[in-house]
Design a protein around this ligand. Sequence first.
Ligand code: ATP
Ligand code: MG
Length: 424
Amino acid sequence: QVAPVAEELGRRFRDAGFRLALVGGSVRDTLLGRLGNDLDFTTDARPEQVLKILRPWADSLWEVGIAFGTVGAMKDALDGDVGRSFQIEVTTYRSEAYDRTSRKPEVSYGDTIEEDLVRRDFTVNAMAVALPEGDFVDPYGGLDDLAARVLRTPGTPEASFSDDPLRMLRAARFSAQLDFEVAPEVVAAMSAMADRIAIVSAERIRDELNKLILSEHPRKGLRLLVDTGLADRVLPELSALRLERDEHFRHKDVYEHSLTVLEQAIDLETDGPDLVLRLAALLHDIGKPKTRRFETDGRVSFHHHEVVGAKLTKARLTQLKYSNDLVKDVSRLVELHLRFHGYGSGEWTDSAVRRYVRDAGPQLSRLHKLTRSDCTTRNKRKAAALSRTYDALEARIAELQEREELDAIRPDLDGNRIMSVLGI
Ligand code: ATP
Ligand code: MG
């Protein structure tokens, strides 16, 4: 069943003498029963002609992607549509491979939908529904792959990843979002061609990483990045965790621990997916491999690994072109995630507690979630002890905050002030 708004647009294109088809993520997500209000279309009309058709119909238009053949529009839902409004993108058939390496956007347009579909990333994204009739177009077996929950490229994965190496990250991202497996030949090509990701801009890499990390199954996508060697290029600190062992070769799997902390942090989210919390959970221990080890009565401890970790976090996220605010927030959480350990042993004065709250700032509730997720994975007795410590600290914080709120209400007059006001 095609959305009425899509059908109406299809009639308008047909009446103007063009073809229009719903394509890509919209078709895939409709078949998976998870359609949002993004609609992607492909057409044989050129961008100027697309503009002419959309202008009188859409509620608003944007042309930022026009050099790549894409016109964007917003349109209110029609009777029978789900949701209130649609974000629409209409892209002219492409014929050649994406060329993201040249600075000038050069696009060559195609004449057939098959040609357009073959240069898409995965078969499940290379299905279309011709409008307004609703005929299903699936030349590369996308429906079978969707049923088998597998990601496969329409052509050979080697050719596809040479055209646009970002697709290797997109494979990991979709496997995490959809909980699909990546076909073995695609995984093999990812491993063989991982180096090529170097030509992709940091912004495009960051955007895919975000979608992966914000997905429902980030462990799956992250594992694929590490296993194929892609993580060595985009997030080397994560791969390094896998090699982390203590000096006595007791395997202390910081890598598995980090993935688990990420999942536990996700379980504690209260207002939907939280990128800052998720990045902090994933990266909280990345200082360990680089940190000098000290022997303390037979046990190995890491000297201030959270300080090193905060620096590495800052450097990596800056390099990936994250905003200054995000970099600051995530690295602050990494830096603070162990400070509460001191609370159990010595007595924390009120000012130490206040400093903890002040240093966390608006991150306090995230810091609570991060430390809770970090506590629960260690050995059971240690985990329980750490939890109790944090319970005590949280109670202390709450008590102090309550007290200070009362202080703020109480008039700020003492005897000296009264005497000076009254002149006595
Ligand atoms: P979502 O919008 O949920 O992220 P999507 O599948 O719509 O998922 P988009 O990045 O919006 O993904 O791209 C829309 C469609 O364009 C894809 O389904 C795919 O067919 C095609 N596409 C996007 N990026 C690429 C790429 N780098 N290489 C090949 N095809 C691509
Ligand atoms: Mg999309």
